[in-house]
Design a binder for this molecule. Structure first.
Ligand SMILES: Nc1ncnc2c1ncn2[C@@H]1O[C@H](COP(=O)(O)OP(=O)(O)OP(=O)(O)O)[C@@H](O)[C@H]1O
Length: 339
């Protein structure tokens, strides 16, 4: 089943975690979890440090509190530390960074004690949070994003949205493939330029249909996989039925060709008879092929009409049998289907 990702947004205090998390969570309709806030509200701490004006976090309690929420996916966790969360929670770890002067004035505006400001700026210079992120998570899921200006913040939010869209597409493809019993890896599948353009077109038409493109619709993968399976089965059976007479005809042509080759007297009546017969047979084969293609097209049109009736308005391509192609085309589109 497709799961929405969990994202950790971390960085030195003042780098813009909360602002960025709020914007991204509202654009994606994700849950924004501000760890500092729940620590205070739910008492998940071992007291208060007056000098640093902050709580001593009880990390175990925080993990226990968040565990069931994280299991659902669709969360943006916002915290200045990142080493005590279970690694498996996150699909993406964003580390926000900021230049020292800007950070200093942001923290000054908060009326933090000088010692706390200095400590935080030093922490940013030493890249403490970034190092912690690299020690705690696989480097390929850690992304550093500068957050010194409003423009940078907006672009960071867009990048996170785009990343989520890609993540969901990949998830849809693999979950559909596994439901279809072909849980293969897509790594060996390189889409052609033509295919990529097709996908873009499909994505665009999907986006146009959806009032809010960022609102990811819940897709009933089981039902869709079942439908695709049925369609493919129907096409396979139909094709096999159509192919039977073709195979027989082909065999007959081969037999006659052998007979012709075995004839020793060139120019005999038998030879010209066989040649004429073979010629007629080849024309028959050509006509049979044309009608075979037409019949398959008709079947696809019938299937398409049925799909539309059931509200699944996606296009059946001639390559329905090529499962990977079909999944690739469908994956982005399915997300925008009106359920
Ligand atoms: N990219 C940015 N450009 C301009 N101002 C920003 C940017 N990011 C954050 N700010 C401003 O800096 C201040 C601190 O931001 P924010 O509270 O989001 O930081 P934080 O990293 O969550 O801090 P903390 O860890 O202390 O909660 C806010 O006043 C916010 O409006």
């Amino acid at each position: 089943m497709t799961r929405q990702p969990n994202i950790l947004i971390t960085g030195t205090p003042g780098t813009g975690k909360t602002t960025t998390s709020q914007l991204a969570a509202s654009a994606l309709n994700f849950n924004h979890i501000e760890v500092g806030k729940i620590v205070k509200e739910k008492g998940l701490h071992d007291g208060y440090d007056e000098e640093f004006q902050s709580y001593y976090i009880d990390e175990d309690k925080v993990v226990d509190e968040l565990e069931p929420i994280m299991a659902n996916g669709g969360n943006i966790v916002d915290h200045h530390g990142c080493d005590f969360f279970p690694e498996r929670w996150f699909d993406l770890v964003v580390v926000l960074t900021c230049d020292n002067t800007t950070l200093y004035s942001r923290l000054e505006n908060r009326n933090y004690p000088t010692k706390k400001i200095q400590e935080n700026v030093e922490c940013e210079i030493m890249q403490v949070v970034l190092n912690e992120a690299y020690e705690s998570y696989k480097p390929e899921i850690v992304v550093t994003l500068p957050s010194c200006s409003v423009e940078e913040m907006e672009s960071n939010v867009e990048r996170i949205e785009q990343w989520v869209e890609d993540f969901m597409n990949k998830q849809t493809v693999s979950s559909l493939l596994s439901l279809l019993g072909n849980a293969g890896d897509l790594a060996d599948f390189t889409p052609s330029q033509e295919l990529i353009q097709d996908v873009r077109k499909e994505q665009q038409s999907g986006l146009n249909k959806s009032a809010d493109p960022m609102q990811i619709k819940t897709v009933d993968h089981d039902a869709i996989a079942q439908i695709i399976k049925q369609l493919m089965q129907e096409q396979k059976e139909y094709e096999e039925r159509l192919l039977k007479p073709r195979v027989r005809l082909q065999e007959y042509i081969e037999k006659k060709t052998d007979e012709l080759e075995a004839e020793e007297i060139i120019g005999s009546t038998r030879v010209s008879q066989l040649k004429k017969e073979l010629n007629d047979l080849k024309i028959k084969l050509k006509n049979l092929d044309t009608s075979l293609y037409e019949s398959m097209d008709k079947l696809r049109a019938k299937q398409q009409a049925k799909l539309q009736q059931s509200g699944l308005d996606f296009k059946i391509t001639k390559d329905l049998n090529d499962l990977k192609y079909q999944m690739w085309i469908l994956a982005p589109y399915l997300q925008h289907l009106n359920s």
